[in-house]
Design a protein around this ligand. Sequence first.
Ligand code: MAN
Length: 348
Amino acid sequence: MDIAKRDNANPILRPSDLKPCIEGMEITCLLNPGVFRMNGLTWLLLRVAERPRQQEGKISFPVYNAKGEIEVLTFDKDDPALDATDPRVIQYKGNYYLTTLSYLRLVCSEDGVHFREDPAYPPIFGQGPLESFGIEDCRVATTADGYFLTFTEVSPVAVGVGLIETRDFQSLTRHGMIFPPHNKDCALWEEKVGGMYYAFHRPSSPELGGNYIWLAESPDRIHWGRHHCVATTRPGKWDSVRVGAGAAPIRTERGWLEIYHGANEQNRYCLGALLLDLDDPTRVIARSEEPIMEPIAEYEQTGFFGNVVFTNGQVVEGDTIHIYYGASDEVICSARLSISEILNSLHA
Ligand code: MAN
């Protein structure tokens, strides 16, 4: 059952609300923001996806070349070696490319609904060969030691998880890849448990296994071990093909509450929740049978890639979770969920 209360102002941000950062490009999609509070404001770290304005009969997309400069590649749409059936990814002669190049961009707000850019906070672009197809879907963990950003690093060799540390979003420390390929959907926890740092991550296994949520421990947030699988996909259900963590989990009296996304064979993305033991988070206490949020609004059903609600950022205030989410891989929306209502909806 969908228990999310969508904001009346949805979508709160659309591609046309911002100017492209890369010369000669257009903003195709705004997606899946990381969320945090800083200087009394709510901030979204948006994933912005850009590409060149498309010409009739062609597909063009940007990549970083070996010198770190943006280069545009163009294929003929009717080239038999091209598979462009997925609007997000194309295949050409056995190689994969993304149709857009993503980077991260900050917007801030007093009221959590109307967002603006502040020129003092520059965008964060991919850097180096492991990010040559861009960086995506950033989670922001707010900790006593500053902000920790985990995001997908995409390149021709891999999809993995990168880590950036910052105190002010003006100077950044890049720690490189912390979870090797194929891995994404990494959410660092905001407090230690039993003296260790924790992270959800989502390795993909092509043979045995699948696209499951795992939990790992670390002494320093850089070296990760003691991996445990905490949620698998469930055949026949809304989360039958892939699952992945959202933002950092929320500490509740009944356990750690995590909102996650699940997709089925039709690539329909919904949200559900997991509850983990407070002292031993590898132990799953309960999980959603039905989604707590589904793509039902018009802007969640149609867009760049329709039938998607995807969240990786939230602000918690008492019993209310203000989630920010990407709808149809194109626009940014917000909704409220009640922690007690989610907890009461879970099944052991
Ligand atoms: C999938 C989707 C895309 C993303 C690529 C690479 O195809 O999640 O949005 O760009 O993976 O991460």
